[in-house]
Ligand binder design. Structure first.
Ligand code: T4K
Length: 413
């Protein structure tokens, strides 16, 4: 675990770096700092690949990773690819989705773009404010004769309401797939997350707790779908040489990424343990603070605890989420506003569907409240305590903070 360097404990609002005090941390604490497993083992694997002179195109490390990840994610087949976005695009295409697909707006922009890139209209659905996931009760009114599928997202690794989504998909004869980018290592009702829907798509980006530098995968129990995806990610090449049998693209994962993936898999339980300890510490320090809602994980399921998520209710705290983010940034805590402002408020969707915000009241509210704090191997218990101390201080002295912020704002104008 990283050694703590800081630390200046602020006692008063005036001590905050935002108002000219010295920052709590001398170096930035990032959200999404990559986990690096056993470096020697990684370099050994990279050396193996260099010695073999087999660097890409379904190499031995990619094959091993696919096997191990399929077991880990709980599906029969895993197709590793160069990133999560291409994995989404290829899965969507292989599933034959077209026309309109229902998807939450509260997700990373890649989920929506993967549809629009293929001229499929993402029809944005509102979320359940408790789970932050697509609200099954809002789906049916969005279904039209053009709807071909539902793409759920397991936001923060907490599973969607899979049972209800399956029911709706069956009733309306729609394909159901999941963007499981956040959900490596998670379960739903005791079953690993790769078991649900037609396919689950994972991201192994550097910012995810399990990473392959860049990378992603589709996991499915459907053999034909898996074969189609394999063709598509490799230019449509069938067996033998010069044998193109399908339209395809280049979605291949390289051997260095797979070496990182295998090394990350070796340490995945350690990564999760660290995330869990961090989560428990944050939970202990931040639960019960007025106006700050701490997002919890269901302890009866497997979780990766990779996101530490707060909601700021500015009616109680007297400061807004954005003000808190600025205050934290000044202290070198680079909190993030995932997923602000929601896909529907980003281009091209904002121009295509200018009134979608009216249909997404819960998404609109959440995108103004939510923030994500640093975790993983980048922090330790002392750093977490200091981060929480800043939050506790600004909440406790909220009235004073509001007055000072208002004073500074009025001087600026
Ligand atoms: N679906 C969902 C639900 C997703 O969350 C994502 C990706 C995807 C699909 C698409 O999967 P990929 O095609 O990416 O595999 C980041 C990631 O780039 C993105 O992968 C991720 N979601 C998203 C939630 O976060 P940004 O724009 O926030 O990245 P950036 O550059 O601001 O980095 C985030 C933080 O991480 C910074 O504080 C710096 C730190 N960082 C980043 C990198 C790359 C490091 O410390 N080291 C690094 O190597 O999107």
């Amino acid at each position: 675990m990283a050694k703590s360097k800081s630390i200046s404990s602020h006692q008063n609002i005036e001590d905050l770096a935002f108002f000219g005090g010295s920052p709590t941390f001398s170096k930035p604490l990032h959200v999404g700092r990559p986990n690096i497993g056993n470096r020697e083992r990684l370099l050994e694997r990279i050396n193996d690949a260099l010695d073999r002179k087999w660097l890409s195109n379904d190499g031995p490390f990619v094959q091993e990773l696919e096997q191990r990840f399929a077991d880990y994610a709980g599906g029969k087949y895993c197709i590793a690819m160069c990133n999560g976005t291409i994995s989404l695009e290829i899965a969507i295409r292989a599933l034959g989705l077209q026309g309109e697909v229902i998807v939450p707006s509260f997700t990373f922009i890649a989920t929506a773009h993967a549809l629009q890139w293929q001229k499929i209209t993402p029809v944005f659905c509102d979320i359940d404010p408790i789970t932050h996931n697509i609200d099954p009760n809002s789906i049916e009114k969005l279904i039209t004769p053009k709807t071909t599928g539902i793409l759920g997202v397991h936001v923060w690794g907490r599973p969607c309401n899979i049972d209800l989504l399956e029911k709706i998909a069956r009733k309306h004869d729609l394909k159901l797939a999941f963007d499981a980018s956040h959900a490596v290592g998670c379960s739903h009702q005791g079953q690993t997350i790769g078991n649900f829907g037609e396919a689950s798509i994972f991201s192994f980006h550097a910012t995810k707790f399990f990473n392959t530098f860049e990378g992603g995968a589709v996991v499915t129990n459907n053999e034909q779908l898996a074969e189609k995806i394999r063709l598509m990610k490799n230019f449509g090449f069938g067996p033998g040489y010069d044998n193109v049998i399908y339209i395809g693209t280049n979605g291949k994962m390289n051997e260095i990424s797979a070496a990182m993936g295998l090394t990350s898999l070796d340490s995945i339980n350690d990564f999760i343990d660290i995330n869990r300890q961090n989560y428990q510490q944050y939970c202990q320090k931040l639960s019960g603070i007025p106006g700050i809602k701490f997002t919890t994980y269901n302890e009866n399921e497997k979780n990766n605890y990779q996101y530490i998520i707060l909601e700021v209710d500015d009616r109680e705290t007297k400061f807004t989420r954005d003000e808190l983010v600025e205050i934290l940034h000044a202290e070198n805590v680079l909190a993030r506003r995932y997923f602000f402002p929601g896909c529907h408020q980003m281009e091209p969707y904002r121009s295509y569907f200018p009134n979608t915000n009216l249909l997404l009241p819960e998404t609109e509210k959440l995108t103004r409240k939510v923030l994500s704090l640093p975790t993983g191997t980048a922090v330790d218990i002392n750093k977490i305590n200091e981060i929480c101390r800043i939050i506790q201080l600004v909440v406790k002295q909220g009235k004073k903070l509001r007055e000072r912020l208002d004073r500074e704002n009025s001087q600026k104008h």
